[in-house]
Ligand binder design. Structure first.
Ligand SMILES: [Zn+2]
Length: 188
């Protein structure tokens, strides 16, 4: 079993081009027998029929894709030796004249990828997920950037507590907010 990079992709273009681009992913019924050109090991967990109904028809779509290992290994390297039909993101962007952004999170190894399109070419960046220390047990854990805004809901793998917010700091913040609110009330 590979590690999975869970991705969110947005595609913009003419509706027919967007549709043809999306068809390159592996849908439920394609698993193990995808025909024609496609993105290697890039899975949309839906049937093509449902996907079409839910997402297609407009000039812009956004949906989830799971990449085996990383978006890089699936859409940039494209597994050239795997099967003949595997294409790269760069190829597909040019072919269908679409604008693509992708964000992924890989929590096993702890990295995040961001891909944008510039001048019909995909620009790739990858970074390690930010590292946090649990206030309760000292465990260090990588937390996706997308969850940083709400650390109070992230649980620690070691002690299983919501240990990534400092309770004292939170308490002070709350008090300050209360005092400000009281002040505002007396001003009125
Ligand atoms: Zn902990």
């Amino acid at each position: 079993m590979p590690n999975w990079a869970s991705g969110y992709i947005q595609v913009k273009g003419k509706p027919k081009d967007v549709e043809n681009f999306c068809k390159l992913f592996i849908f439920e019924e394609d698993e193990g027998n995808k025909k024609g050109k496609y993105f290697a090991r890039s899975f949309v967990h839906q049937s093509w029929k449902d996907f079409k109904k839910e997402h297609l028809g407009g000039s812009e779509v956004g949906f989830n894709v799971d990449f085996a290992w990383s978006c890089w290994s699936c859409m940039f390297e494209g597994y050239p030796n795997d099967k003949e039909g595997c294409v790269t993101l760069e190829w597909a962007i040019k072919k269908y004249n679409v604008d693509v952004t992708i964000e992924t999170e890989e929590e096993g190894v702890g990295f995040e990828e961001v891909i944008i399109t510039k001048d019909k070419k995909p620009i790739y960046t990858s970074e390690n997920m930010p590292l946090y220390k649990c206030y309760k047990c000292g465990n260090e854990q990588q937390i996706p950037t997308s969850r940083e805004y709400d650390l109070s809901n992230v649980d620690c793998y070691e002690c299983e507590e919501y240990g990534f917010v400092d309770e004292l700091t939170e308490l002070i913040k709350e008090k300050v907010k209360m005092i400000e609110e009281e002040k505002n009330e007396t001003n009125i």
